[in-house]
Structure formats: structure tokens, C-alpha cells
Design a protein around this ligand. Sequence first.
Ligand code: TXA
Ligand code: MG
Length: 376
Amino acid sequence: MVCYNYNELLRCEAATKQKKAEIEVYILDTKWVKIPAEKADKHVLKEAGEIIQGGGLVAFPTETVYGLGGDAMNPESAKKIYAAKGRPSDNPLIVHICKTEDMEKIVREVPKQAYVLAERFWPGPLTMIMKKADCVPKETTGGLDTVAVRLPDHPVALAFIREAGGFVAAPSANTSGRPSPTLGKYVYEDMNGRIEMILDGGEVGIGVESTIIDLTEDIPVVLRPGYVTWEMLQEVLGEVCLDPTMLEIDCQQAPKAPGMKYRHYAPRGELVIVSGDREKVSDKIGQLLTEKRELGFKTGVIVSKEEEHLYRADSVKVTGDRTDMAAVARNLFRILREFDDENIDCMYVQAFPKDGIGQAVMNRMLKAAGHRIIEV
Ligand code: TXA
Ligand code: MG
């Protein structure tokens, strides 16, 4: 057993003598480096690339969320990523590349649609699932014959991937189950002692993870909604399906992206979504806040600027203007982490329309809420 941080170490201390003998303590000295996108230090990028090529791990900024990178061609690196995240190893990693043509090196046969999508959306927040080439280790793809490929739109990410040899396997840089990090300090919070380096490029632009589209079916299927919306994909490809598990509450089917089956993004307290007519939603949230406060719980609410004055809660988090769904996407994961830092027990948020980027926002919110939704 490999033990990666102090909490685990303490837990291990409580283990039996025999167990203790099997434990290898592995605490790394994590280097946390600020690297502004407009003047990224070449020496730092080179050092980060060398860490990856030497089998180590480096977290890096992308336009969506921070990634936890390792060499995609090295099975040992994939194992380290799973250990550092505390993530089940059947949950495949996305391979990040820095130029479109590199997908040909890791995909068995690139479908025509992939070139069309790359032309339109890369570099950008779109991940494509295709049949993998033999050179990609099964450890990277969680045992699957397919590989997820993404060309991110972030100068630091692109320069880092180039220095790292061109193929960086990276999940989001949070410990499994926590909200994806949108700031370097959250990566540090989750990954200090577990990885060699953090490239801190400041706050990310989008705030929810990339859209995932599966190109291995006759009709392409969206497995995870993101900034590149279903509507945008249909415009380019024609017919595109949605994985039925994406927004369903009680779907019996297993999602095709293995990672989508886990309870994700979960704050430590209880988040509840209230859906329905706007006035009724405000009344209901107000009533729930009062009830919970009277019972001695610490309360939180996520609201738009226009509604800020409506609620009394221990913590009121404003996402931006009511119609600015991009701001909700950008701020959601940060707000969930802040609620944790403030030890909030009960949190409320209104449901948002599920079109455009709203689909990604509602998908993440439903997971964060463990699908607790009240209709009014
Ligand atoms: O925006 C993003 O995509 C971020 C940044 C760092 O690039 N990455 C990210 O990775 O969100 P991660 O590992 O947190 O989520 C990847 C999702 C998981 O749900 C995983 O199961 C799915 O992609 N996935 C990866 N490879 C797959 C494959 N071959 N088939 C189906 N699903 C796959
Ligand atoms: Mg993730």
C-alpha cells in the first residue's frame, strides 16, 4: 500500500502491526509555482516537462479546470495519478495533446467527424472518445479499448504538454469526489504532498470540465455536457445523441463515461436544488433557510445578483447576473469549496434552465446535490 498524505498516514497509524509493515510512506515535496499565461517562465515549463518524462506528476491549468498530469504512455504514471486522486483505476483518463495531428498517433483510425470537430472546436473544451492505438497503455484508459483525446485552449497547458513529450494523461486535479479545482490554491489543498509540482496559472476561464463526445457509435453521443453544447455539436455533425443518464434523476442505466457514475463535486454539507416558478422558488428557499437556521444549522444559498437581497443565510454566494449562465459555470465549483471552508451544513440553489451551458451546470449541480431536488 502506498500512503500519500498526512491524514492517510494518521489513519494508517491506527492499523494493525502487520498492516503497518505493508505500508510505504510516500510524501512528496510539492513545488507550487505561479506561472502567468502571458509570460510563462520557460525554465519552469522545462522542469515540469522533465518531471512528466521522468514518471512524476504535475498539475496544470486548462481553460476548463486544473488537470493532474502524468505521461500518458507510461502505465506507472497512470497508477500514480489514481493513487494521488484516490480514484478507482477503472475510471479512464483523458489524454491531452498540443497539436491536432497528434491524435493520429494514439487513435487506431481517426473518424472523419473528429477532423470536423477539431477544426471547429480545438483548441477548446471538447474531448473526443475514439478507438485507441496499441501504444496507449490500458492503465491510462482504465482498461478500455477507447481513448479520450483533448486539445486544451490554454497557453500554459499547450507549452507544458509540448515539453512533456506531447501526451499528458490528466483527470481534474481534485481528490476524488471533491469539486474540480478552478484555482491553483484548491489544487494545493487537495494535492500537496502527493505530486511533484503545481503550475498555478490563476483562475480558469470556463469552470466546468470539457464536453465529452463518443465517436465510436454510429451516431455520436454526448457523455458529459460542457461549454461546447449539444446544440453546437448538432450544428456541425447533424444527429447527436445524449447519454440518457446525464440529467435523469432515476436512470437505471450505467453512464458510458465511467467517471459519471460517481457522486461528484460533493460539498461536505447538504445541497438542495429548488425548481419551479421563480417566486415560489424564492419563497421555498427562504422558508427552508429560516427552518434550518432555527434548528441551529449553518446555512448557505447560491443566488444571482438580482436576488441577493432576498435571502438571509450565514453565507450568500452571488454568481453574477441572472441571465449570465457562463458566470454560474465559472463560479460553481469555487462556491462549493467555499461552503466547505465555512462549514456550511445546508445549502440551497434554484434550478437553472437546461439549455446551452445550463445543461452542464445542472448536470454538475445535480451530482453535487446527490440528486436532491424539490419541485414547487
Ligand atoms: O476539462 C476536462 O476535461 C478536465 C481537464 C483537466 O482537461 N479533465 C477532466 O478529467 O475532467 P476527468 O478525469 O475528471 O474526467 C474525465 C471523464 C471521466 O468521467 C471518465 O470516465 C471519462 O472522462 N472518460 C475518459 N476516457 C473515457 C473513455 N475512453 N470512454 C468513456 N469515458 C471516458
Ligand atoms: Mg474529474
